[in-house]
Design a protein around this ligand. Structure first.
Ligand code: ADP
Ligand code: TRP
Length: 331
């Protein structure tokens, strides 16, 4: 295959629910910024979502919903390859091949797997081999850089490990070892109860929450019991942690000073946060209303992205099939 000068950037997001502001600051914002830096491939990991969501109507809805969210937040489909994972079925083929080289003991080290089982999710084979499919997602496009949140670090190590095992076994540079790009500046975004914001904890603020729903969530963010007149520590306050994400540096400093001075209550801070969130996503909300009425356009965008992604995957898979001896009698 002709080597591309530009780096290939790839990431995926699982459509197992609506997207929240933890997803935005921890993942999506970086994805949008990375489009400038190379050939970006972003996909909606609907096969992965099946490990926890088995309701066809919901999965199809969430898949389109996540696509609309990305497009509304400014992803330009003409400047990257944006598609649904399932439009490149060869990833499941590569996942199978990688699985045959993957020791069970490697997957047994999976922290995400262990966490999910600890949370009470039934340990099915899909969940267990989730990182193998993720490796196939990455390796099938010869990805160079994979921007992800810190929780994905181990999955990236598994991907490198599996690529290496494949290349060693078949004695060639069939698969490229990807580099993770872990975003360090964004600490974990707290949810309204102060734990990591997550759809599993039901403590989220969705990116496109608005009106009373948004207000109710912001007003219920957990704070300590300090009185209005008390000086307060901004750095240990959940409301302030969120304010920092949305405010410019000047506004952030102004609110920090108000916390430290006292006479500024959590109610004030929450009102400020509510306004910041509303205006931050205002444009995106407008765009979302437009896309919601143009779902066919969204499907067309995904279809076109799928076509481009399949073409790239085909180039990587041809030598992989030859090396493994998996013959195909059709194209
Ligand atoms: P959830 O915990 O809601 O199930 P996912 O695991 O689907 O979220 O996360 C998708 C992406 O969003 C990942 O790259 C992850 O690192 C990022 N992310 C999720 N929640 C947060 C958070 N609270 N803070 C920072 N990043 C997050
Ligand atoms: N596991 C990732 C998450 O939960 C989603 C994902 C699937 C992914 N395949 C990927 C991310 C490939 C990066 C590359 O966020």
């Amino acid at each position: 295959m002709q080597e591309n000068q530009r780096k290939t950037i790839l990431s995926g997001i699982t459509p197992s629910g609506r997207l929240h502001i933890g997803n935005y600051f921890g993942a999506m914002r970086q994805h949008l910024e990375f489009i400038e830096k190379g050939d970006a491939f972003y996909f909606i990991a609907n096969y992965h979502a099946l490990t926890s969501l088995r309701d066809g109507e919901k999965l199809a809805d969430y898949t389109l919903d996540v696509a609309i969210d990305y497009l509304s937040l400014g992803l330009d489909p003409d400047r990257c390859t944006f598609f649904a994972q399932s439009d490149v079925p060869a990833v499941t083929e590569l996942a199978w091949m990688l699985g045959t080289l993957c020791p069970v003991s490697l997957m047994e080290k999976g922290v995400a797997y262990k966490d999910k089982v600890a949370q009470g999710l039934a340990p099915n084979i899909g969940l267990f081999t989730y990182p193998v499919l993720q490796a196939a997602d990455i390796l099938i496009y010869h990805s160079d850089i994979v921007p992800v949140g810190a929780d994905q670090k181990q999955n990236l190590e598994f991907s490198r490990d599996l690529a290496q095992k494949f290349n060693n076994n078949f004695e060639g540079d069939y698969l490229k070892l990807p580099e993770p790009h872990i975003v360090k500046e964004v600490a974990v975004v707290p949810g309204i109860d102060g734990r990591k914001m997550s759809k599993s904890y039901n403590n989220h603020i969705f990116i496109f929450d608005e009106g009373n729903v948004l207000k109710k969530k912001v007003m219920s963010i957990k704070t300590d019991a300090a009185a209005l007149e008390d000086p307060k520590d901004p750095e240990s306050c959940n409301v302030f942690s969120l304010i920092k994400l949305f405010a410019g540096s000047e506004k952030e400093q102004e609110i920090r000073d108000a916390y430290l001075a006292g006479g500024y209550g959590y109610g004030h801070a929450k009102k400020e946060l509510l306004e910041l969130i509303s205006s931050f996503f205002e444009q995106a909300r407008d765009r979302r209303r437009t896309f919601e009425n143009r779902k066919d356009t969204v499907r067309d965008i995904l279809r076109e992205g799928g076509r481009k992604a399949r073409a790239r995957a085909g180039q990587v898979m041809a030598p992989v099939r030859e090396a493994t001896g998996i013959i195909r009698t059709h194209s």
